[in-house]
Design a protein around this ligand. Structure first.
Ligand code: PEP
Ligand code: CO
Length: 451
């Protein structure tokens, strides 16, 4: 049960907490937190409620969720061009998924706040030197010097302003004509012409084109229908660095509920979802829609999962909780059915989403962290098959992707090999699908959904 009398935006501070940096200047940190807590939020609570309503439709099988973006946003990759490319690919994927699913697609970015990373090790060793691990630009910097790896509270302020500018720009793209269906299909036609895998999807894109022509013939002009000329786009990030999240946790006077106003949706990572610890405590008190990663370590511990679900969603409100499964392609066929069955059996209302990225990370022989495209696709396929067999809704997908032409994941029709990884490996954390791979995946999922 949510205990309103004891939950406060800072009640997490009394509990054990994982994955936090060590700051060496507590006074400076407290100063930044105090300032952030006075700055304007980035989203309105009513928008978070609207997203929750849309996710309730996903839970009921009436809509499909696409959540995607960088593993970690960074100061270095922040530019108008990168945002244009990212948003374009999200929209192109949306059209493919909408057509495949025959349902509206709820678009949620890993963006405008996705800066803090959990790490396997607290420190990194190179030769004799040992330094704190890089934890994302909101905490420290990537290069391997003591100065760069120092947790600097100033980064919190910089992340806030970059996130504000990012969201402001994405809002202008979403409502300013960039998102019109006609235009997105033009992008898709360019994709057919210029990509090796384009030809394979030519038919699909023509079918979509024909549907648009048909709608126009019926008098449903894209410029007249908001649904066809604008896109509602929401933001999300991992709620890892709780002092940042606390600073933007505000009481909504309309509902007397607390909302995190730094983002529409917040998720708990696979490494910080321990019952009785700080992250669950913080999340249970905010009223935003939330996600939780479900990795292989929860398999066979369905009782624990059900307790966490009750702590986070005591009223069993549909749309409140999205379970983002990330088992790995090889383990998913064994592990996913038990988890889905246990949750469904108790009548828990959740959105089921598939993150086919984080369970499929490998190290290539030349030392790069990478992910094979066929494993990513394999896990998505298993996800659909298992839901089909269990009679539950495969609600959505969660991808790490970028609009840039990077070489971070191997395979796909572009046939990126291990030797290509070094060419354009720019990620600040995990390997992302590039624009072409992301779109190829969306079209393959479209085919899967059409079956
Ligand atoms: C992530 O989504 O970037 C992440 C760290 O995922 P997970 O918590 O599933 O490991
Ligand atoms: Co990641």
């Amino acid at each position: 049960m949510k205990n309103k009398t004891t939950w406060k935006p800072d009640s997490w501070r009394q509990l054990p907490i994982k994955q936090q940096p060590q700051y060496d200047n507590a006074k400076q940190l407290a100063g930044v937190e105090a300032e952030l807590s006075t700055l304007p939020g980035l989203i309105a609570p009513s928008e978070a409620r609207e997203l929750k309503n849309q996710l309730a439709k996903v839970a009921q099988g009436k809509a499909f969720l696409l959540q995607g973006g960088d593993c970690a946003e960074s100061f270095a990759e922040f530019s108008e061009t990168n945002l244009n490319n990212y948003f374009r690919v999200m929209l192109q994927m949306t059209v493919a998924l909408m057509y495949g699913a025959g349902k509206p697609v709820v678009k949620v970015g890993r963006v405008a706040g996705q800066f803090a990373k959990p790490r396997s090790d607290a420190t990194e060793k190179q030769g004799d030197k040992e330094l704190p691990s890089y934890r994302g630009d909101v905490i420290n910097r990537m290069d391997f010097t003591a100065d760069s790896r120092r947790a600097d509270p100033e980064n919190l302020r910089r992340v806030y302003f970059q996130s504000a500018a990012t969201l402001n720009y994405l809002r202008s793209l979403a409502s300013g004509g960039y998102a019109s269906l006609k235009r997105v299909n033009r992008f898709n036609q360019r994709f057919i012409k210029n990509s090796p895998q384009g030809e394979r999807f030519e038919d699909l894109i023509h079918q979509i084109e024909n549907s648009i022509a048909f709608m126009r013939a019926c008098g449903l002009s894209p410029t007249k229908m908001r649904e066809l000329s604008e896109a509602t786009f929401y933001t999300s990030h991992e709620g890892l660095l709780l002092n940042y999240e606390q600073a933007f946790t505000r009481l909504d006077e309309d509902t007397d509920e607390y909302y995190n106003t730094a983002t529409h949706m917040l998720w708990i990572g696979d490494r910080t979802r321990t019952l009785g610890e700080a992250h669950i405590e913080y999340f249970r008190g905010i009223s935003n829609p939330i996600g939780m990663k479900v990795g292989p370590s929860l398999a066979g511990k369905e009782d624990e999962l059900l307790k966490v679900i009750d702590a986070l969603n005591p009223k069993n409100e549909p749309g409140r909780l999205t379970l983002i499964c990330r088992m790995g392609a090889d383990k998913a066929p064994d592990l996913l059915p038990g988890i889905i069955r246990a949750v469904a059996k108790e009548g828990k209302q959740v959105v089921w989403s598939c993150d086919p990225m984080h369970g499929n990370t490998i190290k290539s022989p030349n030392g790069y962290k990478t992910r094979p495209f066929n494993k990513i696709l394999g896990e998505v396929r298993t996800f659909f098959e298992v839901h089909q067999a269990e009679g539950t809704h495969a609600g959505g997908v969660h991808f790490e992707m970028t609009g840039q032409d990077v070489t971070e994941c191997i395979g796909g029709a572009q046939a990126i090999s291990e030797l290509n990884l070094k060419d354009r490996y720019h990620t600040h954390c995990d390997p992302r699908l590039n624009a072409s791979q992301a779109l190829e995946l969306a079209f393959l999922v479209c085919e899967e959904l059409k079956k």
